[in-house]
Design a protein. Structure first.
Length: 621
């Protein structure tokens, strides 16, 4: 049964494993995936917990419905973040989560530090520690191949770190397949700090569905509706690069570290259609009907022989426009290099963009950087990627991420666009006030995946928005009205989708016609037998988000950290379709207060006693 999947507590120092079942009450209150991960992390989270210490737990958590047919394939990986120093959490697609569930486990809590490099082998309720010395120094793709070869089983699914994780680069990621990544917040560095090179999983236990006949019928009817949406059709054809054109034409893009927000007609070179000559097919994560992942091959020119998956929209922007780099083949190659080294493409691009702006402004010169850091300088970008992954030369400084502020000298911090020590992404949010607020309040630092209310760009009728969000919300992208509510709603909703293992792209996150709470409740009931009302699901989202907030409160963070880079407040967008857009401090504060009020938090962003009591989080008080 779905609900009989276990939690394994794995201590690498002692090479011990303890397995426990998941109480039904924990399922009802935190669901699974991100929710139960947060519950587990909160038990040990403190201001003094060192992210790279053996005490920091690295928690793998498959969603409640991960591994069931259809919408659930995802897994969250959670720990205290070495990149921000605060809460770390990253969501990964592919097949690894579903395989873990089929091997009998929903959650792995890995603590301690192995004396020698190891990997974990998990097969049908059994967990083994295996020597990984021969895998050290290998990239993420080769590591997976070698483990399959060693075990003589092509069906084994592996989550692994590359050289960046081994070398404790603060923004190292964990990968499965060619490019599925738990990319953000440095979970790969936490794994590296434990001498854990990989987790290999093979599960043949299957998943028993509570009411298979009605589950299948309901799933197929919901799938049919989903596949008829324009969004999923475009996603299946072009993948996430479909978003690039919109961002460019609206003025949402990060260009040269957000000094500009569009590249105008030059954008044709990076649009989804431009990727078509390289595309050899589309793939999907476990059981997903949308199959949004490009597989590509470069057959001639400088990067001849490069084969892989992607690049996603986020990586196109992060290693492309953000760095003033408009060479598509170079971007494809650079993204693949990051995937193999196990570097988060978003953070990597952000830190290089920071260095490039410092170079532009004379804070840095070639003597310090070793390479000319002019915008769009392709060879220099590649050189830096190698150096960051191996912590060499100037790459060693950048491998410290936002902690490099001290080493780069006074004044340098003004050009790192970060929130809570975590850099913003491939976009610029001065046009969209809801997106901006969501970045400011996100519980893992500047992040578009914690709340991004993508529906805001559709300009839906305000009656429709009112129905979805339960109160008035403006349908104007640059308006502040009701956006605190909109962001609050998505903060809870995304906590729920991450806890169920659903991909955001298949939910109301992207289309008003896609599944939402009502469909989730029905799928949970049919798959697990668990009766959870829409209200209970919403409350679970609220509980998870508030618990995350309480971990930040333990760090001493509050309202003053829920802010945006200075550039967003002080520098109107200089040109292009978003020209003149800027964030007005007073209006931003009002959005923030609306958001806090709906969460049941005080004006300083601290959850009120009554809120904690209502959510059963009294111990957090
Ligand atoms: S929509 Fe794309 S990212 Fe999401 S589960 Fe499907 S294939 Fe994976």
């Amino acid at each position: 049964m779905v609900l009989s999947r276990k939690i394994a507590l794995i201590n690498l120092t002692k090479e011990s494993v303890r397995v426990s079942s998941i109480p039904l009450d924990l399922r009802r209150t935190f669901l699974g995936g991100r929710g139960i991960n947060m519950y587990l992390l909160s038990k040990v989270y403190s201001k003094t917990l060192d992210p790279l210490s053996p005490q920091n737990p690295l928690i793998f958590g498959a969603g409640l419905l991960t591994g069931t047919l259809g919408f659930g394939s995802r897994i969250n990986i959670t720990a205290k973040s070495p990149e921000s120093g605060y809460l770390g959490d990253s969501n990964m697609g592919g097949d690894f989560g579903a395989e873990l569930v089929q091997a009998g486990f929903s959650h792995l809590v890995v603590t301690g530090k192995s004396q020698k490099p190891v990997y974990l082998l998990i097969r049908d309720n059994e967990i083994e520690f295996r020597d990984a010395r021969s895998l050290m120094g290998l990239d993420t793709v080769e590591t997976q191949r070698r483990i399959r070869e060693e075990l003589g089983d092509e069906k084994i699914k592996v989550a692994s770190i590359g050289q960046a994780g081994e070398n404790l680069v603060r923004f190292a990621s964990i990968h499965t397949g060619m490019k599925n990544a738990a990319g953000r917040t440095g979970m790969g560095a936490v794994m590296g700090s434990k001498n854990l090179k990989a987790v290999a999983v093979r599960g043949t236990l299957g998943i028993t569905i509570s009411d298979p006949k009605h589950y299948l019928r309901y799933y197929l009817s919901e799938k049919k509706k989903l596949m008829e949406t324009k969004w999923v059709q475009a996603l299946g054809k072009y993948g996430t690069p479909i978003l690039f054109q919109y961002s460019n034409t609206m003025g949402f893009l990060s260009v040269r570290n957000n000094q500009w927000t569009t590249i105008g007609d030059q954008g044709y070179a990076l649009e989804a259609e431009a990727l078509e000559p390289y595309t050899t097919g589309m793939l999907s994560c476990f059981g997903c009907p949308a199959h949004c992942r490009h597989r590509y091959s470069i057959t001639e020119g400088r990067y001849k022989g490069a084969r892989g998956e992607g690049p996603e929209y986020a990586s196109l922007g992060s290693l492309g426009t953000k760095l003033g780099n408009l060479d598509l083949e170079h971007i494809i190659y650079a993204v693949d290099l990051c995937n193999r080294y196990g570097l988060d493409t978003i953070s990597t691009g952000s830190y290089i963009a920071w260095a490039m702006e410092l170079y532009q402004r004379g804070f840095l010169d070639q003597e310090q950087t070793g390479v000319p850091l002019h915008w769009g300088e392709g060879e220099a970008i590649l050189e830096l990627l190698h150096h960051i992954a191996h912590r060499k030369g100037f790459g060693k400084i950048l491998s410290e991420g936002s902690f490099a502020k001290k080493q780069l000298g006074k004044g340098s911090e003004a050009y790192l666009l970060d929130i809570k020590n975590f850099p913003i992404e491939m976009t610029d949010e001065r046009l969209s006030k809801s997106f901006a607020l969501g970045m400011a309040t996100s519980t893992r630092g500047a992040c578009h995946m914690r709340s991004r209310p993508s529906l805001d760009v559709l300009g839906l009728p305000e009656e429709v928005l009112k129905k979805i969000y339960g109160g008035p919300v403006s349908n104007q992208l640059s308006s502040y009205a009701g956006k605190g509510r909109m962001v609050w709603w998505h903060e809870l909703f995304n906590a729920v989708t991450d806890s169920l293992g659903f991909c955001r792209f298949l939910t109301i996150f992207s289309s008003p016609h896609a599944p939402s709470y009502r469909q989730f409740a029905r799928l949970i009931k049919l798959a697990t037998g668990l009766n959870l009302s829409v209200k209970e699901l919403k409350t679970a989202g609220e509980r998870i988000y508030t618990l995350e907030r309480m971990m930040l409160i333990r760090e001493g963070l509050s309202r003053k950290e829920d802010t945006l880079p200075k550039r967003y407040f002080d520098e109107p967008v200089p040109e292009g379709p978003a020209q003149g857009e800027v964030i007005l401090r007073e209006a931003f504060d009002q959005m923030l207060e609306e958001n806090y009020r709906l969460h049941g938090w005080n004006k300083n962003g601290v959850p009120k006693k009554g809120t904690l009591r209502r959510l059963g989080l009294d111990n957090e008080d």
